[in-house]
Design a protein around this ligand. Structure first.
Ligand code: SF4
Length: 170
């Protein structure tokens, strides 16, 4: 499904928005179907966390292109994350969910990041400034994933645990 809002395509997943902040090359590789995440121990740990936390909530809710970890009450969406190392990516992933729900379904929802391993919660709220920033991020994502080749690999500390490490660094 292709949905346009103010010239911005809403046909992205939260993972793509997340990877935009982690590594532009990862975003390109993932968007071109080079999916290696299933083999990663870290992703496996993330899935276990999802299965064993927050048992009583409505979990893994797919709405259009986005998949929300769980919904609490009538209007609070939650994401569960393992560590706060890439918190900015988590924040923008959740902001994108709020933006998506607003433009896709006319829903204004609250957002909460959950870090059960360190017992932390971070509230995330979409405002006008963040919304306009997101539009420009989505345009940028569109440009990156439509490049013929992936951006060059640049070593960052995240590479150590990235599922694409073998592809980038041999
Ligand atoms: S290994 Fe590093 S450079 Fe390659 S996709 Fe992952 S984070 Fe990006």
């Amino acid at each position: 499904m292709q949905i346009k809002e103010g010239g911005v395509d809403l046909d992205y997943t939260g993972t793509q928005v997340n990877y935009y902040f982690v590594c532009k090359r990862k975003l390109w590789l993932f968007s071109h179907g080079l999916e290696e995440e299933a083999e990663s121990d870290i992703v496996h740990l993330g899935k276990l966390l999802h299965e064993h936390s927050y048992q009583r909530e409505l979990k893994e809710v797919q709405i259009g292109r986005i998949k929300i970890d769980f919904i609490q009450g009538k209007g609070e969406i939650h994401e569960i994350k393992r560590s706060r190392k890439i918190e900015k990516a988590h924040v923008y992933q959740l902001l994108y969910y709020q933006y998506y729900l607003k433009n896709y379904a006319g829903l204004n929802v609250k957002g909460m990041l959950n870090y059960p391993l360190v017992r932390k919660r971070v509230e995330v709220n979409l405002d006008e400034e963040k919304e306009s920033e997101l539009k420009s991020i989505l345009n940028d994502i569109d440009k990156i994933i439509h490049q013929e080749k992936p951006p060059e690999a640049v070593w960052i500390s995240y590479c150590k645990t990235c599922a694409y490490r073998g592809l980038c660094w041999g």
